[in-house]
Design a protein. Structure first.
Length: 167
């Protein structure tokens, strides 16, 4: 948990941690362009632990073979300028990274629909992070004129979610 707090407080960081079968890779900010071969050797070195052998002595542990797979490439985030906001409109942005939900449960209707009137303290969606659900409020009073995110889509911190025409 402390690692996540440090990452949250840092604007530009890449962390790779491998302990046994546990592998953690987190990138945030401009560190997205850093490659493993550009990192210092100490940052990429795997821990080495001698394992007792049944015949006596010690045996070096086997290192797992890397699994070949497609290279993941982050898509550019939409720019606010690309949305071409009209005069008198405001964006509701994601306060954190998480999974976007329009409704409180799958069986209930969405918090808001296109064209709905909202107050600044009205809930507009949920963001789920590690099974913790956080209510996102409109922040301004007005009418919902655009929903920019699909239900159950992952969103980034500060990503636009809704466009509200202020009243």
């Amino acid at each position: 948990m402390r690692i996540l707090q440090i990452i949250d407080e840092t604007s530009d960081v890449e962390v790779r941690l491998e302990i046994g079968d546990l592998k953690l890779h987190v990138q945030k900010g401009g560190a997205r362009n850093a490659r493993r071969d550009e990192l210092p050797e100490s940052a990429t070195a795997e821990p080495s632990v001698a394992v007792p052998s049944p015949q006596g002595g010690t045996v070096a542990p086997k290192r797992p073979e890397p699994i070949a797979g497609p290279e993941l490439v982050a898509e550019p985030e939409p720019e606010t300028e690309e949305l071409a906001l009209e005069e008198g409109t405001e964006l509701v942005r994601a306060p954190m990274f998480g999974c976007f939900f329009r409704a409180p449960t799958p069986l209930e209707p969405p918090y808001i629909e296109l064209g709905a009137e909202v107050g600044q303290d009205d809930p507009v969606c949920l963001l789920e992070v590690m099974k913790v659900y956080n209510t996102v409020r409109a922040g301004v009073s007005g009418t919902i004129i655009k929903v920019l995110v699909e239900d159950q889509q992952m969103v980034e911190q500060d990503q636009p979610l809704f466009v509200i025409k202020t009243s």
